[in-house]
Design a binder for this molecule. Structure first.
Ligand code: FPP
Length: 250
């Protein structure tokens, strides 16, 4: 059930292959903690379940022809969580990244990480690089996993790099425009997200793709991430297909 209106064809379940799909989908994977709490389980159990949903939805997006999928896995602010929870998430990322090397091979998925890798252990950083390198030559869906990612941090980095290039005479300050700024972000060369989905019923952007989301359509789903299914994904895609995107025009 989406807060921002139900798709009109919920009963008829229009064939997803017949609708206009977004090229780039972003997902804020939210609600793992609440899912666990409802069951009297530790929060890390929610993250484990969330990781299963992440795999299912990633594979589904690749199968139906989404070109870019960006998932928000760990923010620059998430380090503030209790040590035990951060530790559990790091272990989850490690085991996922070890398996992902072979897991998404047959799905032809290109794995990229957006965010500041240097915040992670050398072991995790090496796994990230290995995943990126081993999947770079594939030609399927690009999966951006946002880890130690914060959009303000991303913009600050871009501004610093642009300033350095101007200072070093590599860039004429007069040439700075919005396309140039996009090219200094982690998502350089990728289209902006057409659709961002936030499960768990929260109405927040939480420092996710602030620059890239200028004209993104938002769909808020009242489902906790571990409970999110491919049917929910279809529902979000149907809602998106019914939106009238005007990009500031009429
Ligand atoms: C937000 O829910 C979720 C996270 C901070 C972690 C997301 C991580 C995963 C889904 C693990 C899978 C990812 C990979 C790359 C293996 P929350 O804990 O803030 O939920 P709450 O709002 O209910 O407390």
């Amino acid at each position: 059930m989406a807060f921002f209106g139900k798709s009109k064809k919920t009963d008829e379940k229009s064939d997803i292959s017949q609708i206009i799909l977004p090229a780039h989908v972003g997902i804020i994977m939210d609600g793992n903690g609440r899912w666990a709490k409802k069951r009297g389980l530790p929060r890390k159990a929610g993250h484990r379940e969330g990781a299963k949903t992440f795999r299912t939805i990633t594979r589904y997006c690749s199968d139906i022809g989404i070109k870019y999928l960006t998932v928000y896995a760990f923010s620059t602010e998430n380090w503030k969580r209790p040590e035990d929870e951060v530790g559990a998430l790091m272990r989850l990322f490690k085991s996922y990244l070890e398996e992902a090397l072979s897991d998404f091979k047959d799905d032809d998925i290109v794995v990229r990480f957006i965010g500041d890798k240097s915040g992670f252990s050398p072991e995790l950083q090496a796994l990230m690089t290995e995943n990126e390198e081993s999947s770079a030559s594939r030609d399927g869906m690009v999966l951006n996993i946002a880890m130690n990612y914060g959009s303000r941090d991303e913009i600050v980095r871009a501004v610093k790099n642009i300033s350095a290039d101007v200072r070093d005479g590599k860039l004429d300050a007069e040439k700075i425009d919005s396309d140039l700024i996009s090219g200094y972000l982690y998502t350089a060369g990728q289209p902006d997200p057409d659709l961002i989905i936030r499960p768990s019923g929260e109405y927040r952007i939480s420092n996710f793709m602030l620059w890239q989301a200028a004209y993104t359509e938002f769909v808020i789903m009242n489902k906790l991430w571990p409970d999110f299914t491919t049917d929910d994904m279809d529902e979000a895609l149907r809602i998106y297909a019914q939106r009238n995107r005007r990009y500031g025009g009429v």
